[in-house]
Write a protein that binds this ligand. Sequence first.
Ligand SMILES: CC(C)(COP(=O)(O)OP(=O)(O)OC[C@H]1O[C@@H](n2cnc3c(N)ncnc32)[C@H](O)[C@@H]1OP(=O)(O)O)[C@@H](O)C(=O)NCCC(=O)NCCS
Length: 155
Amino acid sequence: MDFELRATEQSDYDTIATWIEDAVSCSRWAGPRVPFPFSARELPELLSVKGGSSYSLSDSDNSCIGFGQFWVVRQGTVHLGRIIISPEARGVGAGRLLCKKLLAKAMQETGAAMVTLRVYRDNMPALSLYSSLGFSVVESESTGDLLLMSTSNAE
Ligand SMILES: CC(C)(COP(=O)(O)OP(=O)(O)OC[C@H]1O[C@@H](n2cnc3c(N)ncnc32)[C@H](O)[C@@H]1OP(=O)(O)O)[C@@H](O)C(=O)NCCC(=O)NCCS
């Protein structure tokens, strides 16, 4: 697979907007701050996080097939968010590749040693992926719906 992590362009946001089918998938991907429906033009602003960085996973044609963000939550800890793979590209390893590249980029750019993320308890594909990458659930910082996961034990 000839995939690359690169800066996100407006045309990528236009593509990503077509992947979000309904309010439930929107909320699972982006959390409560992004309403559904939304305009692709507004997506960069809706997804903006202070001090955050956004990256696209592109294929050999430079088409966007995935997206993710990270931002520093406190010194030494960087948080991954809004991870998504195109529905057509799921199930063949692109999500794992995106996460590995995003993790490496986040740690390299921020110098953080710990990485966290949030995932809905019933989002089995994402939960299984993050567990296999070494993330563990931090129950003390999780809710009935939403899990906080960390690369090291933050209990
Ligand atoms: C979560 C997501 C990024 C995974 O991407 P993907 O490209 O399908 O994942 P991969 O093909 O790389 O699979 C990696 C692992 O994910 C898990 N996984 C993927 N699809 C799965 C499914 N349908 N059921 C259970 N586990 C699954 C498996 O652990 C898999 O590892 P394996 O192949 O060794 O079994 C993708 O499903 C997605 O974009 N979902 C919608 C947005 C979303 O929910 N984002 C997460 C926000 S926290």
